[in-house]
Design a binder for this molecule. Structure first.
Ligand code: SF4
Ligand code: SF4
Length: 244
């Protein structure tokens, strides 16, 4: 979604869950080329790793790259494009090899989503009372031979309307990003490299794909939050991880 969108333009594009829209993906593959902007959430990585019978670490090594967000200062994971036309690495023989569990940003198109926060709760740290809203993006591909509703489109990709993992992840971004930004003001670069390494490990990689995602994310985040407020302990834990 365009980050320059104003609250007004968001509201204008917002659609009800039972609103219908016309769209049929003709599988031309264009949206899977010239892409270096497909940001993955831990849930995306978890679902795709499970589908491909890999661990999240194996998946990340094979298909992803990591940058530090210029504003959030969090590790941001994106799919690593390949070939001359910067093709998504998950596009094989013109087909998405993870179609049923593709990243939410791909699955949602032509929809997008955002968290709406009530005016009086604006600026508060907790997103617990926020609502997931959906919008219809401008469509310039496919054809209009099918009619869908938002509700039915999401269920086709097994995405919950009030997606708990999406809300929880946004909360994590807000909280962890604040902690990391604070650390950057006092810690040297070597320590920050260690912080980002541990953050990436706990936020995106330390999952058992045979178990439920959300409780594992909650445990990992609580562990990370503790370590970010105790840097000597974080260094100790990192030493043990590297030794193992
Ligand atoms: S994950 Fe699938 S749908 Fe998304 S860009 Fe890659 S190949 Fe295309
Ligand atoms: S979403 Fe659009 S660009 Fe992407 S494969 Fe379908 S029709 Fe082509």
């Amino acid at each position: 979604m365009n980050s320059n969108m104003t609250p007004q333009s968001l509201e204008e594009m917002t659609v009800d869950l039972d609103a219908s829209f016309k769209f049929h993906c003709t599988q031309c593959g264009k949206c899977c080329e010239n892409r270096d902007d497909i940001i993955l959430s831990p849930m995306d990585i978890f679902r795709m790793s499970a589908e491909l019978k890999m661990t999240p670490t194996e998946f990340s090594v094979q298909y992803c790259r990591v940058n530090i967000g210029p504003n959030s200062r969090m590790p941001i994971v994106t799919l690593q494009p390949v070939g001359a036309n910067d093709r998504c690495p998950l596009l094989k023989n013109q087909k998405c090899i993870v179609h049923k569990v593709k990243p939410s940003v791909c699955a949602l198109f032509p929809l997008g989503r955002y968290l709406a926060i009530e005016k009086e709760k604006f600026g508060k740290d907790s997103l617990a009372d926020s609502k997931v809203k959906y919008l219809l993006q401008p469509i310039d591909c496919g054809d209009d031979s099918e009619t869908h509703t938002v509700r039915e489109w999401l269920s086709g990709f097994d995405i919950a309307l009030e997606d708990e993992a999406y809300i929880a992840w946004n909360q994590v971004i807000s909280d962890v990003s604040r902690q990391i930004q604070k650390l950057e003001k006092t810690q040297d670069m070597l320590t920050m490299m260690e912080v980002w390494f541990v953050a990436r490990l706990l936020l995106y990689l330390r999952y058992d794909i045979s178990k439920d995602f959300l409780p594992q994310m909650q445990e990992n985040v609580s562990c990370l939050t503790e370590l970010l407020s105790d840097i000597p302990r974080l260094k100790e834990v990192l030493k043990n991880v590297r030794r193992a």
